[in-house]
Design a protein around this ligand. Structure first.
Ligand code: COA
Length: 145
C-alpha cells in the first residue's frame, strides 16, 4: 500500500467525487456519460472498479476500472488527483487491478490510450507495459441520450 492511501472497491457514495476526478483528469468525453459508465460497471465485475482513498480524509484520490472478458484484461479510467501525482497512486491502483485480474486467471492486461495522451505511455513504460500498435475500431450499440 502506498503510504496514506487505501485502495478499495468503488461504492455508490463515491460517484460525485469520481466523476469530478475524471473530469479534472481529462477523461470524460461528451459521448460518454460517466454516470452511465459507472452504472454499467456496477452490473459487470463491480469488484474490479477500484478507488484510491486518502486514508485520513477518506476522499477519492484515484480510480481505475478494470475488466476481464475471458481473453484479456482491460484497464480504463485510470486517474490520480492532479495534486497527488508522482506519489505512487497510479502504480498502486494498477498493481491492485493486476492482482485481481490474475486471481480471475487473466493471462494479459492491456489498455487503450487516446491519441494526444502520449504522457501516460511513459507511466505504463515505468510499470513494465510493452507498447504495441493496433488500429481500433468500434461501434456504439446503445445510444444514451
Ligand atoms: C497516469 C496517471 C494515473 C499516473 O498517476 P501517478 O499517481 O502520478 O503515477 P505514479 O506516481 O504511481 O507513477 C508511477 C511511475 O510512473 C512514472 N510516471 C508517471 N507519469 C509518467 C510520465 N508521464 N512519463 C514517464 N513516467 C511517468 C513515475 O515517475 C513513477 O515511476 P517510479 O515509480 O519509478 O518512481 C496520472 O498522471 C493521471 O491521472 N493522468 C491523467 C489521466 C490519464 O491520462 N489517464 C490515463 C488514461 S489511458
Amino acid at each position: 500500500m502506498t503510504d496514506g492511501i487505501r485502495i478499495r472497491a468503488f461504492a455508490v457514495e463515491d460517484t460525485e467525487q469520481v466523476v469530478a476526478l475524471w473530469h479534472d483528469a481529462g477523461l470524460t468525453r461528451p459521448w460518454n456519460d460517466p454516470r452511465a459508465d459507472i452504472a454499467r460497471k456496477l452490473a459487470v465485475q463491480p469488484e474490479l472498479f477500484l478507488v484510491a482513498v486518502d486514508a485520513q480524509r477518506a476522499d477519492v484520490v484515484g480510480t481505475v476500472m478494470a475488466g476481464y472478458d475471458g481473453h484479456r484484461g482491460w484497464l480504463y479510467y485510470l486517474a490520480s488527483a492532479a495534486a497527488r501525482r508522482g506519489h505512487g497512486i497510479g502504480r498502486a491502483l494498477v498493481a491492485e487491478a493486476e492482482r485481481l485480474l490474475v486471481e480471475l486467471g487473466c493471462p494479459k492486461v492491456q489498455l487503450m490510450v487516446r491519441e494526444g495522451n502520449e504522457g501516460v505511455l511513459g507511466f505504463y513504460d515505468a510499470l513494465g507495459y510493452e507498447r504495441f500498435t493496433v488500429h481500433n475500431s468500434g461501434k456504439r450499440l446503445i445510444h444514451d441520450d
